[in-house]
Design a protein around this ligand. Structure first.
Ligand code: HGY
Ligand code: MN
Ligand code: MN
Length: 400
């Protein structure tokens, strides 16, 4: 059925393109289990129904559409996530789900009948943009995150994950996980390696170890106009120094450090803050470099706090260890697709599942290389190339 696959991709893509899109920024506000994402989940169910694929849920907010017996074992899992970062791009996540449904169409059109069950997944809260822990759905499914910790996570409005989900998450589902023999996630590339390689599709070799740490700086709130500079205990100073230190320590190590989120109390123009909270996102090619980076930032913050008369709390919120994808599988797929193999600094549900079953990732070229931004892009032709590649891989994995 590959004729005009770019056109069929575009038609499917246009069905969701406006869901959660912010007209001003052109970015997406698709927070887990909020209205836009619920509409995307309804679209998922409609796509599955249109193809006669029964849909199941795992009690953690993850959806599964089954080609074959939902209780069938030795299944091949594919899919990704719908949720976005604030004003994120269109492709990060949804591309893997739209492509999975169209890859099923490609296999059926080529006459494939499912030899092994094929399952399309939509994982909840991959970005952690609402409840603060990334890959929440896949961490729950695999038992990496206990259900009670997930249940109590709260969004900015104080809504708990359990309330948003409509009940206590089920937590680990080993009997469900055990039915999957492999997982393949297709994702837009979040970088320019495929542009530089002049390749529409690539295969992932590894995910950098990475994590997020919250640092709370407490000082003394006071009047901006009447408080002498020498008398201040200003947490914004300590915070600012921490941001600069993170940038410097990352550059010194060839690592990545970002402070993209800050909360200030009372956040008034004419008041010295009483408290400033920042979130450090740190990533490095190896665990030792990551640990060294985070320890250095923590130490620099403590040193500066002593000088500013402030107090600093430093809390790990989530850490993902180095993910080395299954070498044989990655090599086999790279050979099958004649595609380059590349590491990534971006986290994915595939990074969580890789510890539990043979897992691979396919990347689709992003001409801007930009992600977590409205500037994220992919051409319809490259998306079609990704669908063909995914169909080829799924055919290879599902047909003995
Ligand atoms: O943050 C990440 O690396 C991923 O896009 N969630
Ligand atoms: Mn992302
Ligand atoms: Mn993603």
């Amino acid at each position: 059925m590959s004729d005009d696959l770019p056109g069929r991709f575009r038609a499917s893509w246009n069905e969701i393109a406006l869901l959660g899109r912010d007209a001003d920024s052109g970015g997406y506000l698709r927070y887990a289990l909020t209205e836009p994402e619920l509409q995307l989940r309804a679209w998922f169910r409609a796509q599955a129904e249109r193809r006669g694929l029964p849909v199941t849920e795992d009690g953690n907010g993850n959806l599964f559409a089954h080609w074959g017996d939902p209780e069938g074992t030795d299944a091949v899992l594919t899919g990704s996530h719908f949720d976005s970062v604030p004003h994120g791009g269109a492709y990060d996540g949804p591309l893997g789900i739209v492509s999975a449904f169209l890859a099923v169409d490609e296999l059926r059109a080529a006459g494939a009948t499912e030899v092994r069950p094929l399952v399309v997944a939509a994982f909840v809260e991959e970005e952690g943009a609402r409840f603060g822990v990334p890959c929440l759905g896949s961490r729950l499914l695999t038992g990496v995150l206990p259900a009670d910790r997930a249940a109590g996570l709260r969004d900015a409005a104080g809504v708990s994950f359990a309330d948003a989900l409509g009940g206590q998450p089920a937590g680990a589902r080993p009997e469900l996980l055990g039915r999957f023999a492999a997982f393949v996630e297709l994702h837009v590339e979040q970088g320019r390696a495929l542009v530089d390689a002049d390749a529409p599709v690539g295969v992932a070799s590894a995910i950098w170890p990475h994590g997020r740490w919250r640092f709370d700086v407490v000082g003394e709130g006071n009047h901006a106009g009447t408080t002498r500079m020498a008398d201040r205990r200003d947490p914004m100073l300590t915070y600012a120094f921490g941001v600069l230190a993170a940038n410097k320590e990352a550059r010194l190590r060839g690592a990545h450090a970002t402070v993209g989120r800050v909360a200030v109390e009372p956040n008034a123009t004419n008041a010295i803050p009483s408290k400033v909270t920042g979130w450090l996102d740190a990533r490095a090619a190896d665990p030792e470099t990551l640990t060294g980076l985070v320890d250095a930032v923590r130490a620099k913050l403590a040193e500066r706090a002593r000088r500013d008369g402030t107090e600093v709390g430093f809390t790990e919120e989530s850490v993902t260890p180095l993910v080395a994808f299954d070498d044989d599988l990655a090599g086999r797929l790279a050979g099958l697709l004649d595609a380059p193999v590349l590491p990534t600094g971006a986290g994915h549900d595939a990074g969580v599942l890789a510890a539990h079953l043979p897992t691979a990732m396919l990347f689709v070229r992003n001409p801007t290389g930009v992600s977590h931004s409205p500037a994220e892009a992919a051409s319809d032709d490259d998306c079609a190339a990704g669908i063909r590649a995914l169909a080829r891989v799924l055919e290879e994995l599902t047909c003995r």
